[in-house]
Design a protein around this ligand. Sequence first.
Ligand SMILES: *Cc1c(COP(=O)(O)O)cnc(C)c1O
Length: 410
Amino acid sequence: MSIWYPYTQMQTLGKVPIVSKGKGSFLYFTDGTKAIDAISSWWACIHGYSYKPLNRVLKKQVDTFSHVMLGGLTHQPALQLAEKLVEITPKGLNHVFFSDSGSVAVEVALKMAIQYWSNQGNKDKVKLISCKNSYHGDTFKAMQLSDDSDFTVAFSHLLEKDFVVEIPENPDDYSQALQNFENLLITHSSTIAALIIEPIIQCAGGFKVYSPDYLDALNKLCFKYNVLTIYDEVATGFGRTGKLFGTNHAKRVPDIIVLGKGLTAGYIGHAATIASTKIYQQFKSKDHDKALMHGPTFMGNPLACVVALKSIEIFQKKDYLTKINNIENTIKQFFETIQSEEILDKRVLGAVGIIEVKNEKSVIGFKEFALKNQVFIRPIGKMVYLMPSYRIKKKELVKILVVMKRWFEK
Ligand SMILES: *Cc1c(COP(=O)(O)O)cnc(C)c1O
């Protein structure tokens, strides 16, 4: 086969549905069938497919200019999006660096964090703290900072971790984890550049939800021991957790935030790394070697920028947080009715619903079962989860939930 699919054992690959059209929450296939997309194409298509207001701004921009490099040139869509992102992200995050995917934006954040120290003459602070159950992308450093999993197993011999912090799920009982964390900082902070963490909910690495107070406590300790904080909001950003950003659930703001996925509503791959002024200042100098030496070819692509701007405008004007809240309530209510011996836990946060099973075997065949029932959904390991578009209709959402219920009650 000429095409090589992601995360796929090509030898045992079955038939892959061929999409001919997307509209709203629906994907249409060349064989005449259709399905509701329960996971909005890796959580990116937050307005669903082929949303007219987004299509319109893209068409207009294509006729103006589709791309121009951001090295030595600039343009209004990039300038405006940078300003908009500064305006809507938590206070203090003021400097936007664009890139073309979440993994790359994570790499940029790590380079910023390490160079922040080296620009001050400190070449010892190079290690990173990552979290149990984390996922930060598929490039090498991002893999190293992700928890061990199917995604990383082929390279485990190359991915030795610096330090790993526990993420206790019980919101009332994290004092031991916090003590361990402080002990780690007491002993090693002189060699540590930063902590990287997904705020409030960890996604592809295990879909664990944890307390904003714990996040704040980690942030506070990092501040105390001179370790930078990077919040990876690639999955949590743009409303997914019920607030505009996962960080908004907490009181403290990180030094660097990473955005991707929902940023461009699934139209074009794009991402952003946003740094506080404290970070940015350390790169300003007469010395060229102190500049940030990174520049993805497609950074600040104007098509990506105009679609992101329009997506954010609609999100705010049409009160998407209320839509997300309604999705959360519907999932919560329906999950109550799904009972099965095979289920270990059910979790709901914003427009994310997760059913974790005890044994991965319980979900073998689920994807095919769902597709037969006109729902596209793809479990990760023991997690059956939905992360629909925010414009999903109530009856479409219920349909997804009914299919999940029928699977577990079969
Ligand atoms: C998806 C994801 C990434 C990687 O983004 P890509 O655009 O796939 O490179 C990084 N961090 C988190 C939290 C993600 O969910």
